[in-house]
Ligand binder design. Structure first.
Ligand SMILES: [Zn+2]
Length: 141
């Protein structure tokens, strides 16, 4: 059974309990790494400048900037950021587990939030109507 490494665990610990519960459920069946939880303003501004985020961190704050973080970035393990179709498909696969876990945990009263994903910002299950993909990113809606 997969489990979090120390680095992933310490990053996940900076996230909202709902995100922790969801990730803890998914790691039991599918191995992934936690890339980032809480994020400083400085880092948010760096990502904005690099085009990795659409939010400047001041007038528009990222959900990573709250304490605890209302967003978590994760990637299937082993990590492969190749833009090739099958590398990207692993992120969609992981998202399926995340949404199933979130739905179950919410139905069981363990968590209270809905999940929103950077691969489907408007949550309409149409992945083609996006102009900005952030496949590792999940946040509380
Ligand atoms: Zn993110």
């Amino acid at each position: 059974m997969p489990k979090f490494g120390e680095t992933s665990r310490s990053r996940l610990d900076t996230c909202h309990p709902d995100l922790q519960r969801i990730c803890e459920r998914v790691i039991t069946v599918f191995d992934f790494s936690v890339l980032e939880g809480e994020r400083t303003l400085e880092l948010q501004q760096k990502y904005f400048k690099e085009g990795k985020s659409k939010l400047d961190g001041v007038s528009q704050k990222s959900k990573h900037q709250s304490k605890p973080s209302n967003a978590v970035d994760i990637a299937p393990y082993p990590i492969d950021f190749n833009e090739k179709e099958k590398a990207r498909a692993r992120f969609y696969h992981l998202a399926g587990y995340m949404f199933m876990a979130a739905a179950q945990l919410k139905a069981d009263g363990v968590i209270t939030h809905e999940l929103r994903w950077g691969g489907d910002w408007d949550s309409d299950k149409d992945f083609a109507d996006q102009n900005f993909d952030d496949l590792p990113h999940f946040e509380l809606a």
